[in-house]
Ligand binder design. Structure first.
Ligand code: ZN
Ligand code: ZN
Length: 355
């Protein structure tokens, strides 16, 4: 094996990524070297390149949606063999801190995200803690194994934060990449009825094909959101009652207002989108009188990955329509994909680098 490798890296914020020939990373005792097979290009990566959210230290290899094959195993690591197919949990965590010990490792006090705080998967190899590796079954192509590790994992975490029980109803606000996974996962977890709310007719048509009842949202600039007509339509489509769980993948007033208004008694709203505007709430009518809950959702947990993998393996979550483009490990092709994300957003589709 050569001692160097190709990696496509962020060298300066606001500049195109560059292909560099760098040293193949050394493997620590509790780490594994993975030969990257596929790496998804995420909307977050466009934010990292643009400097919208900070990446350090530079230069850094981007890519947090990674699958591949074990190449080398650290001397104190057990359970992995060269050649094993794997996908990587994107948070490298310490396993020792208070949050890690109680199974909330997304708040690890020294956690590092691959492709943001440590080198990621836009490269021929990546080194990761052995605890970040999960087996990737033969039935799941590497491309799908990569994209599964970000938006799908977060969609599953959102449904779990909402404590969705079989027989309940779910409304999903914003059906881009996360929403498309959430529709299928909600059905796999036994949701009786799934409603998809979006402005875009094309996304709603895909949501309907995946088994959701489409609700066309009205575009509104009202800061309080045009909630009543949307909530009324949800009630109407949901047999005259509110929904038990509402997932908001946008989390701006125009989505969070109707999400709250559409709840049944004991309903739970899960806010996932990175909204930063204040949202008015009527405590008595909307929360107290229904014992409703508003829940935040951040990232996902390693413990959720085996369930997610099994649902993809069984075909309950079909990611084939999500992988819309496959490109080589090439800086120009990757920058072009990031340019498109920056201009148009993700829209439920993914470009995947096949290394
Ligand atoms: Zn991502
Ligand atoms: Zn920790």
């Amino acid at each position: 094996m050569s001692s160097t490798m190709k990696a496509v890296r962020l060298t300066a914020v606001g500049q195109p990524l560059q292909m560099q020939e760098i040293a193949r990373p050394a493997v620590g005792p509790l780490e594994v070297l993975v030969q990257v097979a596929a790496a998804g290009i995420c909307h977050s990566d466009a934010h990292y390149r643009a400097g919208v959210s900070p990446v350090h230290p530079l230069p850094l290899t981007l890519g947090h949606e990674v699958s591949g094959v074990v190449a080398e195993v650290g001397e104190l690591t057990t359970g992995w063999q060269p050649g094993d197919r794997v996908c990587l949990h994107y948070l490298a965590t310490c396993g020792q801190c208070d949050y890690c010990r109680r199974g909330a490792e997304q708040f690890c006090t020294s956690g590092q995200m691959i492709g943001k705080h440590r080198d990621g998967g836009y490269a021929q190899f990546i080194v990761a803690p052995a605890a970040s590796l999960f087996p990737l079954p033969d039935e799941i192509p590497f491309e799908q194994g990569a994209v599964m590790m970000c938006s799908s994992a977060t969609a599953l975490h959102a449904l779990r934060k909402g404590r969705l029980a079989a027989g309940e109803s779910v409304a999903i606000f914003g059906v881009g990449g996360l929403g498309m996974s959430a529709i299928q996962l909600a059905r796999a977890l036994g949701a009786l009825r799934v409603l998809a709310v979006d402005l875009d007719a094309g996304r709603l048509a895909l949501a309907e094909r995946l088994g959701a009842l489409p609700v066309r949202a009205a575009r509104t600039d009202s800061p309080s959101g045009d909630c009543q007509s949307c909530a009324d339509e949800i009630h109407c489509l949901n047999a005259g009652r509110g929904v038990d769980v509402a997932l908001d993948f946008v989390s701006v007033p125009a989505t969070l207002r109707p999400a709250i208004a559409s709840l049944a008694p004991f309903g739970r709203v899960v806010a996932v989108g990175l909204g930063d505007q204040p949202v008015p709430i009527y405590p008595y009518q909307e929360l107290i009188n229904r014992e409703a809950e508003i829940i935040g959702c951040s990232d996902h947990l390693a413990s959720e990955i085996p369930l997610l993998t099994e649902l993809v393996r069984r075909g309950s979550l079909d990611l084939a329509p999500v992988v819309t483009e496959v490109i080589p490990l090439d800086a120009a092709a990757i920058n072009a994909a990031l340019d498109r994300l920056q201009r148009y957003g993700a829209g439920g589709v993914r470009t995947v680098i096949r290394v």
